[in-house]
Design a protein around this ligand. Structure first.
Ligand code: ATP
Length: 513
């Protein structure tokens, strides 16, 4: 099966089992907006919890806030979003499809990278044991040619984007012979800038003065509360402020399911440090964040860093943590060294001092900031695509199973009476009552036990408890493990502890250093 087919199956699966629905579906949907169903919202809440506890609870010097979506419009002038939060868009005149010019070039670069890797793989197969990868990369003419092309395109793209030279950017698209994937032609329009912020009106004014924006990131809500939190929390540098919340961007090209949405959620943390120490902290946060991802056990090879060639106007270092989605490696989280840009600008625009008095140095200054910014929905997609498995079983049957980390699974335990009579439902209900205050449980008595196991596999429930006739006599049940499908007999009294050991998020958190 191709990755494309697998991705389509995953999308269909998430709908069928109540994870993700297209928004406003009965009205034919709303482009790039999605709703989370009964399973999806549990999964999302568990991811939020994992992030919040890892950030706020495990770091004594990080606190969490929840700032409003609407903010004073001047904030977005200060942050640079009114002037510079733009994407360069280009249309194909034949297909009438719209693209981001930089994304067309990035896809082209990714294809060159793929060609290089394929050539290296070919070499590895040809030379076997004696293969010297470094030497091969340095001398193979095909690798060298593609690498030279790649570097040249990258360089020109970065230069054009940095100087906002859209004529050069368009020429580069033409020079690379990039065609529209739909029409197959190079009939491109000029490139235009497009601001990604959604605006609306505050109160009953309909003139320019009433315009406010839906926040395109949660970070600014943290910056403008920097002094409030620092003072009321008596925080000493270095310290961080974390927040989870909705953000809105009028994305030009909204594709790839919940990867790029117009309404989405971010989990952001701004870490305030002494000027001059920021790059050290940047390196630390890069490592801490990668460790957080890897602890989920989806495979270390699924993650990589991607250092930015083109730094945003506010940053002096930036990297992405990329995840190997079904459509390739793409950004999951951004880690940025944002200097004192944001606090400095808010100080300038508001006329209020946003400084920290450093008792050791006996002086005040505007702190520097390291930001970690992760998309909650992208993490949901990463977790779903990492967990989704179509398995062929030994008995000839097949199953679809979501092998989530148990701490993230929406339902932790399914309680299943073998049949619907003889007092089994009553005992199963007692088992439920004993577990439900600590764990999200599901009771299911419909259909054969095999079908019920499949349903639980399909939503990723780590444990199934089956109550049978013998349970009435020995007070024991059959416990089935989602991944191994092994079954064991355990006492009902021992269940809470067994389940806790398997699913409690604290064991996941303890893996983090
Ligand atoms: P991209 O280059 O993919 O547009 P970005 O660099 O603009 O992303 P940031 O501004 O750094 O993204 O936002 C931080 C995080 O928020 C991203 O790493 C991503 O996980 C998430 N994010 C950004 N835009 C979207 C979106 N439209 N839909 C879902 N998640 C998003």
């Amino acid at each position: 099966m191709t990755q494309d087919e697998l991705f389509k199956n995953l999308i269909a699966h998430t709908k069928e089992y109540g994870f993700i629905f297209p928004s406003s579906e009965i009205y034919d949907g709303l482009s790039a907006v999605y709703d989370y169903g009964q399973m999806g919202s549990e999964l999302k809440n568990n991811i939020k919890k994992y992030w919040w506890e890892a950030m706020v609870r495990l770091h004594e010097n990080i606190v969490g806030i929840d700032s409003a979506i609407f903010m004073h419009p001047k904030i977005w002038e200060a942050s640079g979003h009114v002037g510079a939060f733009n994407d360069p868009l280009i249309d194909n005149k034949d297909s009438k499809k719209r693209y981001r010019a930089d994304v067309l070039l990035e896809d082209y670069i990714a294809k060159l990278e793929e060609k290089i890797e394929k050539e290296v793989e070919k070499g590895r197969r040809k030379f076997g044991e004696s293969f010297d990868e470094e030497q091969f990369r340095a001398t193979n003419p095909n690798v060298q040619r593609n690498l030279a092309k790649l570097n040249s395109v990258k360089e020109k793209m970065v230069a054009a984007l940095k100087s906002n030279d859209f004529t050069a950017l368009r020429q580069l698209i033409l020079d690379c012979d990039i065609v529209c994937p739909v029409s197959g032609t190079k009939n491109w329009t000029e490139i235009r800038q497009f601001n990604l912020m959604f605006s609306t009106q505050l109160g009953n004014t309909s003139d320019e003065t009433g315009i406010i924006y839906l926040r395109p990131e949660t970070a600014q809500g943290i910056f403008v509360n920097f002094l409030n939190v620092q003072k009321t929390g008596r925080m000493k540098l270095p310290f961080g402020i974390a927040q989870i919340g909705k953000a809105f961007r009028n994305e030009i090209v909204a594709r790839q399911f919940i990867f790029r949405m117009r309404e989405f959620e971010q989990m952001e943390m701004q870490f305030f440090v002494k000027p001059g120490t920021e790059l050290e902290w940047f390196a630390k946060w890069k490592q801490i964040r990668l460790e957080w991802h890897k602890a989920l056990g989806m495979g270390d090879e699924k993650y990589r860093y991607h250092d930015h060639d083109k730094l945003a106007h506010y940053a002096n270092a930036a990297t992405d943590i990329e995840f190997d989605f079904p459509f390739g490696f793409k950004e999951l989280e951004g880690i940025h060294s944002r200097t004192n840009f944001d606090l400095g600008r808010h100080q300038e625009f508001s006329g209020k001092k946003l400084q920290y008095f450093d008792p050791e140095l006996n002086e005040s200054y505007v702190p520097y900031v390291i930001e970690t910014s992760i998309g909650l929905d992208r993490t949901v997609l990463a977790v779903l695509s990492g967990a989704y498995k179509e398995e062929q079983l030994e008995n000839g049957e097949s199953r679809v199973v979501l092998k989530f980390h148990p701490a993230l699974a929406p339902v932790k335990v399914a309680v299943l009476p073998l049949i619907k009579k003889d007092g089994l439902p009553e005992l199963a209900q007692k088992v439920m009552d004993n577990l439900k205050y600590d764990f999200n449980c599901q009771y299911d008595e419909k259909d054969s036990i095999g079908k019920r196991y499949r349903r639980q596999d399909a939503i990723g429930t780590p444990l199934c408890v089956t109550v049978d006739h013998q349970s009435l006599e020995d007070n024991a049940v059959t416990l089935r493990d989602r991944d191994t499908m092994q079954q064991e007999r355990v006492s009902i009294d021992a269940l809470p502890e067994i389940v806790d050991k398997k699913v409690n998020i604290k064991y996941l958190l303890k893996k983090l250093s």
